[in-house]
Write a protein of this length. Sequence first.
Length: 187
Amino acid sequence: MAHFRKSNSSPTPIFVNNNNSIPNATAAPMKKPSGPKFELTPEQVADIQEAFALFDKEGTGSISTKELKIAMRALGFEPKKEEIKKMISEISKDNSGLLTYKDFLHLVTQKMADKDSKEEILKAFRLFDEDNTGKISFANLRSVAVELGENIADEEIQEMINEADKDGDGEINEEEFLHIMKKTSLY
């Protein structure tokens, strides 16, 4: 399987002519509420088509919702049971137990966009964690504010930490940072 990555190029049409069960697909950008635009590369679309085709053995253009978890794993994801149920409920409105290629492409693209967003948030976390402790301290936030030329009062910095610090240790770990960033819709 190819490594998944963001593409800065415009969407490229991808046509499958070796398997009639998969309709023509276009690597179109997925709309996210905010944050960077996510587009599939031709390699990513090919990987998704390949995973779908593995489970569409009869060439019907659909796969069983039971096979969704296995297909997602083939693409490098480890979805939990609850996550699979949520995905299916969002897509399979007719309760047929089947997903079309279009449905599958939508689910996988959304999953890839979410994964990419998490990686971006963690990059930001590492920028704040200047001393590489795995946590963002008061001193880390103060230092970043000074570097950026921001005049933020110590009380405001402490409020930021208190808002994100769920375990009460006075610092912000990766999990807390992910939670607060997603809550603020910055990513």
